[in-house]
Write a protein that binds this ligand. Sequence first.
Ligand code: G3H
Ligand code: 13P
Ligand code: ZN
Length: 332
Amino acid sequence: MTSYTELGLVNTKELFKKAVSGGYAIPAYNFNNMEQMQAIIQACVETKSPVILQVSSGARKYANQNILKNMARGAVEYAHELGYDIPIVLHLDHGDSFELCKDCIETGFSSVMIDGSHLPYDENVALTKKVCEFAHSQKDYVTVEGELGVLAGVEDDVSSEQSHYTQPEEVIDFVSKTKVDSLAISIGTSHGRTKFKPEQCTRGPGGILIPPPLRFDILEEIEKKIPGFPIVLHGSSSVPIEYVQIIEKYGGKLTDSVGIPEEQLRKAAKSAVCKINIDSDGRLAMTAAIRTVFYEKTDEFDPRKYLGPARDELKKLYAHKNQNVLGSAGQA
Ligand code: G3H
Ligand code: 13P
Ligand code: ZN
């Protein structure tokens, strides 16, 4: 049993309070390996941003949870070595059972998500409440994110064909019964690099897909019901066309890619949205950099020579997000 404080981590409580009142969002970046962790920490130290390191159950299976835990400890020390101690959260992304959340809490996670969004409402309430009771009764309070409304796309072990927007009428009841610390909502974002079907979009110059806007009306309704309560947006990659084009130029095929425009995320971050989840954009950045190396240097076979440029590109992307999209730069 390890408490997150022993690892030098923090929970989300204070970070979210400041982010809601300050009109910015904390970045929640997924990581599975050393290069991703280094890029996240380099970008967040350079921009003086707090950060949430997110681990999906897929990441746990891929990398081993003890290794990830020790990488989070390493991340704290790495930030210190880089010269600036930023607040770092280790968060379970899309936990799908009480047992998984408990396991992560006992391993040293400072925050967990219990995603009961695919369950009938009463079951979602009961499961989320059970996780909150356990997390909040730890010697060091562990924060819990719940979800209401379903995002389309694949959420690791949780998948859905269709999205169902969060119903504003349910949020007061859900938050007061479960005692969650933050709430993920569905207002039109979704996971992965194809966030909308082409028939849901219009076309811009060169046939580029232009997505329908997020449902800010639903967000406003929710904010009226639970003023100042921390709101989370999943599926918030912007799917930069530049990366898609590089990947396709060097042999990839990423048909119908479309994400959430950055200016809409900036607008959301100014509201009670205080955590924005980004994974797919990082995957695109790394893949574009690696494909470029493989194309330009056909005799290259040292992993450091392609993972290094991938890490540099990822760092550049995350620094840009903190500065220009989430507004978290300078807040650590
Ligand atoms: O929401 C899902 C995240 O992008 C994590 O993806 O389950 O493939 O690690 P993953
Ligand atoms: P993207 O697929 O849009 O990056 O979303 C990631 C996410 O929501 C992780 O929980
Ligand atoms: Zn998600």
